[in-house]
Write a protein that binds this ligand. Structure first.
Ligand SMILES: [Zn+2]
Length: 232
């Protein structure tokens, strides 16, 4: 296994713990993956093991055909979902899948999150659509999730949860946090009155600004960490 793959295994383990620590999942649900740079591989959390017990060695390495290349455990049952997104989106280097509460509530109601907040449209590129229902772990779910995600940063899975993607693990995790916050705000705003989405030209400008300036933070911080080997 390459040094790059070993580093990504450590990072995925750390971000699994962070995802669990910030309350986006309960128990062993949810999963996280990241590409190995310049190798046609990705690293994913194992199936059914608690995040607080996981170390880099417990992560599973797969190729982009979905075959296990290295790992002592079975990969997350959602590895097909991650594989489908990596195949469809060369710009995506990390994927976080959570079962957070407000986003799941909207996924159950099959209600997309409209583009209602500046941070949401900056990080996701618009609102968050809902993929049609397909059972967890199936090739059908992988297909509809990747199709519905399109070029956006997040998608809701009907009766299930959220998938957030990013250029780095940090970005993908924060996408999931922003989606959860936006779902929460949308529910409350709907009770308070009629939520007003941002205009299309405003969404475009905010997204471009994020990609060209503010969002560079995620790339710079990831590069710095990979040089220093510091914590995420
Ligand atoms: Zn799930």
């Amino acid at each position: 296994m390459s040094i790059a793959a070993e580093k990504i295994r450590e990072q995925v383990a750390r971000y699994g713990l962070r995802m669990a620590s910030c309350g986006l999942v309960a128990g062993t649900w949810g999963n996280i993956s990241a590409r190995v740079p310049k190798e046609e591989l990705f690293v994913i959390t194992p199936s059914g093991l608690p995040y607080h017990d996981l170390a880099g060695k417990d992560m599973v390495v797969l190729n982009l055909r979905g075959e296990v290349v290295e790992g002592e455990h079975r990969p997350s049952t959602e590895y097909l979902l991650h594989q489908a997104i990596y195949q469809a989106r060369p710009d995506v280097n990390a994927i976080v899948h959570t079962h957070s509460i407000y986003a799941s509530a909207l996924a159950v109601a099959r209600q997309p999150i409209p583009p209602i907040l500046e941070d949401l449209v900056q990080m996701v590129g618009g609102g968050v659509p809902v993929a049609p229902y397909a059972r967890a772990g199936t090739p059908e779910l992988a297909k509809v999730a990747a199709e519905t995600l399109g070029s956006l940063g997040a998608v809701l899975l009907a009766n299930h949860g959220v998938v957030g993607v990013g250029r780095t693990l940090e970005e993908a995790l924060i996408v999931c946090q922003i989606v959860e916050k936006s779902a929460n705000v949308y529910v409350w705003a709907s009770l308070a009155g009629e939520p007003v989405p941002l205009a299309a030209e405003e969404i475009k400008a905010l997204r471009e600004n994020y990609l060209q300036s503010y969002g560079q933070y995620f790339l710079r911080s990831a590069a710095l960490r990979s040089k220093t080997g510091g914590p995420p």
